[in-house]
Design a binder for this molecule. Structure first.
Ligand SMILES: C[S@@+](CC[C@H](N)C(=O)[O-])C[C@H]1O[C@@H](n2cnc3c(N)ncnc32)[C@H](O)[C@@H]1O
Length: 245
């Protein structure tokens, strides 16, 4: 593939072995690789070990800007760097268009500066979660994130659910009336209102140290007990309410 000025790639769930061949080649050919994430992902560490110039923008989070402003700034840094120093690769975890609002900001900023921009898919965490937890979306699946669910708490309880971003920080939520409330205890109350049986099992899913899938089981009525395992990379899998788990 002919590289664009800005090539946005998905590097998969984190392990080197889960890169697509296409993204592997683009990463190894790139002069400069930008990433929003810290360099802790195995893929990024492997690229550094192979002598690649990998630049993490993660310290920009320390500026404490509202998310929208922060992502505009990151998009500007990436696009201006391509304008000034030539083609680059912007590498994001998973698939760059799965829960990655910043991807379209980067593309928009690049195009506004007269640069070309391509997006190349990687394997998203969805595939890893499907395989590790025997989830077949063919039986029906609702995929949403907790931040949107908070503004419209509706679900079809008879259909399996993957609730992304269950570990999102409280300050990104619309309702600021209970700043210390744990996301999981708030979600527990909504699931009970939505008629999930209190003993219904739920699974907190996240990547482990090496990027492998981790799953911690809990129950709807005692979901807050999963709090010690909660971090910003967690998704809650809620099987359909009719299933005996
Ligand atoms: C900003 S999104 C990035 C998703 C990514 N673009 C992808 O395709 O995998 C981050 C959210 O994805 C979910 N996530 C990412 N990796 C995960 C994993 N290995 N297991 C469970 N959820 C994961 C979590 O809900 C996390 O809050």
């Amino acid at each position: 593939m002919q590289p664009a000025d800005v090539t946005i790639v998905g590097f998969g769930p984190g392990q080197w072995s889960k890169l697509t061949l296409e993204v592997h080649d683009l990463l190894l050919q790139a002069d400069r690789i930008y990433t929003r994430d810290p360099l802790s992902w195995e893929v990024l560490r492997e690229l550094k070990a192979r002598g690649k110039n990998v630049i993490s923008l993660s310290s920009l989070y320390l500026l404490g800007l509202p998310v929208g402003e922060l992502y505009d700034l990151m998009a500007d840094v990436v696009a201006r760097s391509a304008l000034r120093y030539g083609p680059l690769v912007y590498a994001l975890p998973g698939n760059p268009l799965v829960f990655e609002f910043a991807t379209l900001l980067v593309r928009r900023r690049a195009l506004a500066l007269g640069l070309s921009c391509t997006i190349v898919e990687g394997m998203s965490c969805l595939e890893a979660m499907f395989v590790a937890n025997n989830i077949d979306p063919g039986f029906g699946l609702q995929i949403l994130n907790l931040v949107d669910f908070e503004t419209k708490p509706r679900l079809i309880a008879s259909v399996a659910t993957l609730m992304f971003q269950v570990g999102a920080p409280r300050h990104v939520f619309h309702d600021q009336s209970e700043p210390d409330r744990c996301n999981l205890s708030w979600l527990r109350d909504r699931l009970i209102e939505l008629d999930y049986p209190p003993e219904h099992k739920v699974f907190l899913l996240k990547p482990g140290e090496g990027g492998q899938q981790i799953s911690v089981v809990g129950k709807v009525s005692r979901m807050e007990r999963l709090k010690p395992y909660l971090n910003s990379m967690c998704t809650l899998y809620i099987p359909p309410n009719w299933i005996v788990t």
